[in-house]
Write a protein that binds this ligand. Structure first.
Ligand code: PMP
Ligand code: GLU
Length: 401
């Protein structure tokens, strides 16, 4: 008989975002008419010049293992990017290349947490932060934020949540799932609290850096609080802006001993991120981003469309997101209603299931992000799909009594 699964795994849930998009894809394959607003990935193809860089790397035989921390050329390109875009000076030795930003966060937590260590996770949060913390043997401490504060963590709430066991604060701006963006001032106010607590570091997940629509410009935590650079781990990657989710290249930049620890972990697990994809990422990060303007324009149009369309559906209400490609409507008024078959919609998960079964629209329930009752809709899909989805939802939700 196989040995049983670990006790740690028993405390971890599968990723709700991956589960929802996998389910939507399965239903489509079975022939159902499904519109998926569940996947957090751009529908655009990876730009040609990046594909060409990968093809060139393949034809040049760049098909062998890479150093655990990443090829020097990519770490240098990341250092250039951090200097150019984020006014942050970190040498390649302070940079680790990983299999996606997701693995950068996971490796950082596993490399740094001891039993009893706590990680502050402001809610709504990206689904993986608490479970990754648990997998790393730490304890996630969920700190609620308020819709009225645009779902931003306040310095007061941060201060109240700190204990002598706090090890990390995880920040994500622009945010998945709310699209909220921290201003430089917001980040500095949080930095002032942390300055009084020298043991605590910040993991700043900046994967949606380029997906910014409103008046609030993106600012890296490292740039806002340079005095905390030694305890900041910037996490970023090429998945979102470069439409490279499947290439699995991300990175972390921060204090050298943590980066070294993460590389030890990498050397004993994945070995390295895929070599020819790393060469493609060099081309991506060194580019002038001119390819991105039409993508950003499309995302902005989609955001404007879906925010308005969702707000016109009785029972849903949402703020206009400032970044990323998600909108996070509250569905309080729909919870407690009854379907035509007589089933009561108990919570946002039940509402998501109803939307999938009745309307063929896939979304992710807010509870998976630590906020209920909400729905997370990704608008990284075509206008036709968004229009179809909102028409279907309008009809399906109108049938609830
Ligand atoms: N952070 C956030 C907030 C995300 O939404 C995602 C989505 N995939 C990631 C990190 C991980 O990105 P990747 O591993 O594809 O680089
Ligand atoms: N981050 C994306 C999302 O939230 C992709 C899936 C995942 O990695 O969780 O949908």
């Amino acid at each position: 008989m196989l040995p049983s699964l670990s006790q740690t795994l028993a405390r971890v849930r599968p990723s709700a975002t991956i589960a929802a998009s996998t389910r939507a894809a399965e239903l489509k394959r079975e022939g159902h008419s499904i519109v998926s607003l569940s996947a957090g990935e751009p529908d655009f193809d990876t730009p040609d010049f990046i594909v060409a860089a990968a093809t060139k790397a393949l034809s040049e035989g760049k098909t062998r293992y890479a150093p655990a921390g990443g090829i020097p050329e990519l770490r240098e390109a990341i250092a250039r990017k951090l200097k150019r875009d984020n006014n942050t000076d970190l040498p390649p030795a302070n940079i680790a290349v990983t299999c996606g930003a997701k693995q950068a966060i996971y490796n950082a937590l596993v490399a740094s947490l001891n039993p009893d260590d706590e990680v502050i996770v402001p809610a709504p949060y990206w689904v993986s932060y608490p479970d990754m913390t648990t997998l790393a043997g730490g304890t996630p401490v969920i700190v609620e934020t308020k819709a009225a504060h645009n779902f931003l963590l306040t310095p007061e709430a941060l201060e109240e949540s700190l204990t002598e066991n706090t090890r990390w604060l995880i920040l994500n701006s622009p945010s998945n799932p709310t699209g909220a963006v921290y201003t430089k001032k917001d980040l500095q106010a949080l930095g002032e609290v942390l300055a009084r607590h020298p043991r605590i570091g910040v993991i700043s997940d900046e994967i949606y850096e380029h997906l910014i629509y409103g008046d609030v410009p993106f600012v890296s935590f490292a740039e806002a609080c340079p005095q905390l650079l030694e305890r900041t781990l910037v996490v970023n990657g090429v998945s979102k802006a470069f439409a490279m989710t499947g290439w699995r290249i991300g990175y972390a930049a921060g204090e050298a001993s943590l980066i070294k620890g993460m590389n030890v972990l990498q050397s004993q697990s994945a070995s390295s991120a895929t070599t020819f994809c790393q060469w493609a990422a060099v081309a991506a990060l060194d580019s002038d981003m001119s390819f991105f303007a039409p993508m950003l324009k499309a995302f902005r149009e989609r955001r404007d469309f879906i925010t308005q369309a969702l707000n016109e559906i009785p029972g849903l209400s949402c703020a206009v997101p400032q970044g990323a490609f998600y909108v996070f409507p509250s569905c309080t008024e729909l919870v407690g209603r009854t379907t035509e078959q007589g089933t009561r919609i108990e919570d946002d998960q039940a509402l998501c299931l109803y939307a999938l079964e009745q309307a063929g629209v896939a979304m992710v329930h807010g509870e998976a992000f630590g906020a209920s009752p909400y729905l997370r809709c990704s608008y990284a899909c075509s206008m036709e799909q968004l229009s179809d989805a909102t028409t279907r939802l309008t009809k399906a939700f109108a049938m609830l009594s």
